[in-house]
Write a protein that binds this ligand. Structure first.
Ligand code: ZN
Length: 484
């Protein structure tokens, strides 16, 4: 029993805000955000539980395909290319083999537009138009004579020139570097990118025919990572009265205003969804996973321990005496060195599960700087995914339930660090993102929905359009109202 209002020709407009957390949007900032407030009080909304790991690159593809990271074979921003020790590749749109919801809508004859949805570079043919995501390498290049050349980052290809023109010359897919101490410059870039993106969204809304329109803005993610310590009084580096105290609130007010402009362009038969791929929370510090591996006999170096910070790839490892190592990131990926799998594997396959359990328990026991239990969670891919395709990590770890990140480099004085080895970053991802649904002609009374999962998005969209949900989708269409 589902309860979308029946429409002759339904249209759906989806606003994706990367990393937008429920606490800010539904609570702390709500009173300052008139447009969000309208959607919340007349629509239905709830926390949207992300996948594990709750990381942008897998998460948006999980959301739009309703397949878990194991089925997709995408376990993070970077994935193992093979069982060698050093080959990792960035998961591009080409890694996504399962159909995304707009492709299914296209097969049903719907016109679709997608803009900036992570997992869409390189762009693919759609029944409409697609502008690629934040991983697009460049939108403009310069030839030997100094002429600007438009690169292809759209489907159809000729749209790229038009998008660059709307953007005033060069369409920005992401800020240049969000892990920086130059906060004013970062803020300026986030706003410049936002103004450009929302302009392109408006132009696309007006110039393209569409039934389904979805865009994702990355500025929300970038501002959380860059400014969280200034706004969160519980952050260890927070200083009351600092000049960026309202930076994130002001940015949400700006985004709310832009969304208000978009809502004015929608007719009464178009419903709106607002979604995020995960939330955000403060980051207390990092656990230096390979330092820990080294000190606890899992990892052995061929040379002396580095005395200054050195990425694990730059260190000579004695693989014949190494049982496991880890990757840095917002969460840890742990790899085991297994006979017959890795080039110099040493764990006999028969001992794999026993060693994996021993390692999982030891990692769970890594203490914080004060000797405290930080509440680390360790996952086996086979236990949390329907299938484990591609090259999964042997273990996936949330240190301190994501209040701590994973640090891959060596040369740290301790097993934990308060500085990030890849540049300043004050926020980690949180498991819960947001979902909002609003139909201008159906007052849902601001009902709060419970138990929503990221894989529910695609089935909900299909149900909105009155289309069947493929049996292999893992989510379920969201119920907007109680059955009656
Ligand atoms: Zn994200």
């Amino acid at each position: 029993m589902f309860n979308f209002r029946k429409k002759k020709s339904p249209k759906l407009f989806v606003i994706g805000l990367d990393c937008a957390p429920p606490e800010l949007v539904f609570q702390q900032y709500r009173a300052d955000l008139p447009n969000f407030s309208k959607l919340l009080s007349r629509g239905a909304y709830g926390n949207l539980r992300s996948c594990t790991p709750c990381i942008t690159v897998p998460a948006w593809s999980v959301m739009t395909s309703s397949k878990d990271p194991g089925v997709l074979g995408i376990y993070g921003f970077r994935n193992r290319a093979d069982y060698s020790y050093d080959r990792m590749t960035i998961a591009t749109g080409g890694s996504v083999k399962e159909p995304r919801v707009w492709e299914i809508l296209g097969q049903a004859g719907k016109r679709v537009v997608t803009i900036g949805v992570p997992g869409t570079y390189p762009p693919r043919p759609v029944t409409g138009a697609q502008i690629a995501c934040f991983l697009t390498p460049q939108t403009v290049s310069t030839d030997e004579q100094g002429n600007k050349i438009t690169k292809t980052f759209t489907y159809p290809a000729e749209l790229s020139t038009q998008v660059n023109a709307w953007a005033g010359g060069e369409y920005i897919v992401d800020v240049k570097q969000f892990r920086t101490d130059n906060k004013d410059f970062l803020l300026e870039q986030i706003y410049d990118m936002g103004r450009q993106h929302f302009k392109v969204v408006r132009e696309m809304m007006k110039s393209q025919p569409w039934d389904f329109f979805m865009f994702v803005e990355m500025g929300t993610d970038r501002i959380h990572h860059g400014f969280w310590k200034f706004i969160d009084a519980t952050h260890s580096k927070y200083e009351p009265g600092n000049k960026y105290e309202n930076s994130i609130r002001d940015y949400y007010k700006y985004v709310d205003g832009e969304i208000g402009e978009l809502l004015k362009l929608l007719d009464e038969d178009t419903a709106v969804m607002v979604v995020s791929d995960h939330g955000a929370k403060k980051m207390d510090g990092g656990i230096c996973i390979n330092e820990w591996m080294l000190r606890n006999g899992w990892l052995t170096l061929a040379d002396d321990r580095p005395t200054r910070l050195t990425p694990i790839e730059k260190v000579e490892v004695d693989w014949s005496k190494t049982r496991a190592w880890g990757e840095g990131g917002y969460y840890a990926r742990i790899f085991m060195n297994v006979q017959g799998r890795e080039p110099e594997g040493m764990i006999p396959p028969a001992d794999y599960e026993k060693v994996r359990d021993e390692l999982a328990e030891a990692i769970q026991g890594i203490r914080g700087p004060g000797g405290e239990d930080i509440g680390t969670q360790v996952y086996k891919p086979q236990a949390i995914y329907r299938k484990v395709n591609g090259l999964a990590p042997d273990l996936i770890v949330y240190f301190g339930n994501l209040l701590w990140r994973s640090v891959g480099s060596l040369g740290h004085k301790e097993v934990w660090t308060l500085e990030n080895d890849t540049g300043p970053d004050d926020a980690n991802h949180a498991q819960e993102g947001i979902f909002m649904y609003y139909d201008p002609k159906q007052n849902l009374g601001g009902r709060e929905l419970k138990g929503l999962e990221i894989m529910d998005f695609a089935p909900t969209v299909l149900q909105y359009f009155g289309l069947p949900v493929p049996a292999d989708m893992q989510g379920r269409a969201i119920q907007l109202q109680e059955n009656n």
